[in-house]
Design a protein around this ligand. Sequence first.
Ligand code: NAD
Length: 489
Amino acid sequence: MPTATTFEVKTQKLFIDGEWKDPLTQESYPTINPATEESVCNIAKGGPKDVDAAVRAARNAFDGGEWSKLEAKDREKILWRIGDLIDEHADELAYLETVDMGKPIRESRNVDVPFVADVFRYYAGWATKLHGDTVPGRGGHFAFTLREPVGVVGAITPWNFPLLLTAWKVAPALAMGCSVVHKPATATPLTALKLAEICREAGLPKGAHNVVTGPGGAVGDALVTHPGVDKIAFTGSTSVGVGVMQKAAPSVKRVSMELGGKSPLVVFADADLKAAAAGAMVAIFYNKGEVCAAGSRLFVERKVHDQMVELLVERAKKLNIGDPLDPNTRMGPVAMKSQQDSVLGYVEKGKAEGAKVATGGKADKVNGKGYFVHPTIMTGATNEMTIAREEIFGPVLTVIPFDGFDEGLKLANETIYGLASGVYTNDIGKAHKFARGLKAGTVWVNMYNLYDPGVPFGGYKQSGFGRELGEAGLEGYTQTKSVWINLPK
Ligand code: NAD
């Protein structure tokens, strides 16, 4: 099994202009394994001057054209090679992700890392395929459009899918010829640093991809306000996203926002209840519930409510908590102590507002350590309670009964968020009608939490704007130039 120690020296450095560099701050901080509560290794604590150096490197790579003007077929080859190297280093990447944020290795090794490799190969193909149009103009003119890279991209990512959400930004940005300065989440920088090493090995020119680790305030702010950055691709909480938009506004930076969620999963009485219960488990307990699209509000048609709760409780009790590096573990620790406190605080708030804990609701330890939370199901809840309104971002499901199609849809849409949603029914007409009524960027029918590099993902309402994945995921990394040619009369 790989270990973090083989990687330790580089993790104390920043990746700028194709090289590992000491932070100008000369400071570092430990990254904590939430299963052992111990430091994995020290990480460079970058600051505004480091961001400036990284942006200058990215600017030079972009303006100099070594990457931005490289032929699309050559960019394609390098991106494809990155995908293949990710496969080659899959064990190490999965290990780093798991020790950094507690994700069960069965998820990081079997789902996240292979998907990351696929995302790079998917966007490798797009490098040669996105192009402008010719436009049937009026009079003696000929007009056509060029799709040009937007420039230097500041990518800011959260801690719940550290590598995956990095790939969703870095792969399309590079495919279009942009250069990138990436600021990973403070608590989970390891796979971003490993990816930098992989990109260099794949032949990415210096400066095209840079990584600056460190605190959100200092590093994130410096990136968002830097005049050399053309676009900010942000994934994180709605509150931080609002601040990022405000700070990006004076320099009119392009921004894309992938923000929080409180996604509904609606189960009609005519559904296959066993399948729905299995889907609801994946919806809320995958990655310990630390999923922006988590189906954290479960609406069950009243006549099957009790039966459904019984099925859910039975299944939740079987999800074994354990060492996330053990391939049999289904529930790892939540990513941080502060997150454990926050999740359990929501459970208490739910109880105080009248909801009941059907199962879970408490902390645990494995071998005397770790920030574990038992898979939790809360019943007797209403859509007005805090546990149904605010993003808990942990393994806590709020179950609410409803009566009929209209009430189900109304309750599902009664939220400030609109990231994802799901519906279980055996009535195909009802499924279609419900899917159209849901105000969310993704609707899963008789399934939940499925992703594909070709299918766009993103939010309605306060869950953000812009899309990642698919062709739509390229839009934020290009701009359209219209060229007019005066034809001789
Ligand atoms: P967060 O908003 O606290 O942090 C996100 C990133 O922003 C981190 O890298 C952080 O260091 C950085 N940051 C913090 N302050 C900053 C500042 N002032 N300027 C610039 N950057 C700053 O979010 P988090 O706690 O890391 O992640 C959880 C949140 O992310 C949840 O709300 C979740 O729903 C959301 N999320 C959304 C999606 C999506 O696709 N919509 C995906 C995953 C997570």
